[in-house]
Design a protein. Structure first.
Length: 209
């Protein structure tokens, strides 16, 4: 059986899932989680990585959350806009985790690993929300991650997401940036581009059984 399309063989049993968060500041313990998006990835029959499914949500700030005005200037979010259709953190995480666990099972993986641009930031807000909600079945590894800042610095000499994406030949729309869905999807494209480029240069190659 050819297993080149089985992503578990590519990342030592891990399922890479791209995550982006938009927040009310930089402190994961005190500042609001306002948006979160996750993009699952798959391998095709030639062992090339591609974005599969995107899930994105507006999030209701948790009780007592701090929201910095400067952060809102950057991401353009009005946390209390009546048409945000935001959901509580716990409901959002339950839905994302359910989808990720299903993908883990389908791909024969053991756990998800977060992929992010400045991944420590996204992972810290994800872990803080998990702690606040008292969730016990977090499919993500608690500290391991793939950081596209480091990878794009290596591959393209760029560390800013917009510049790295453009250096990789990807389209970039400044007006759509700083939304969780857009940034997660662009980070997913960038990560896939780098992984596939490494393969094309003679790096990891799929093997069949």
């Amino acid at each position: 059986m050819n297993t080149s399309g089985n992503i578990s063989r590519r990342f030592r049993g891990f399922l890479p899932v791209v995550v982006d968060v938009e927040t009310g500041g930089f402190n994961a313990k005190t500042d609001a989680l306002l948006e979160i998006a996750a993009v699952t990835l798959r391998l095709d029959g030639d062992g090339r990585l591609f974005p599969s499914k995107t899930s994105g949500f507006h999030v209701i700030p948790f009780d007592g959350a701090n929201i910095e005005a400067e952060a809102l200037k950057v991401n353009g979010i009005d946390p209390y806009h009546p048409f945000r259709l935001a959901k509580p953190e716990k409901d959002v995480l339950h839905q994302i985790f359910r989808e990720v666990r299903a993908e883990i099972k389908d791909q024969g993986c053991s756990r998800a690993v977060l992929v992010g641009h400045n991944a420590f930031f996204d992972l810290s807000f994800l872990n803080a929300a998990v702690d606040r909600c008292g969730l016990k079945r977090n499919p993500f590894h608690p500290f391991s991650n793939f950081d596209t800042v480091s990878l794009s610095g290596l591959a393209y000499g760029q560390t800013v997401l917009a510049r790295a994406a453009q250096a990789a030949g990807l389209a970039w729309n400044t007006n759509e940036a700083h939304s969780a869905i857009y940034d997660a999807e662009k980070t997913a494209e960038l990560f896939c581009n780098i992984v596939n480029r490494w393969k094309d240069l003679g790096g990891w190659q799929p093997s069949g059984d």
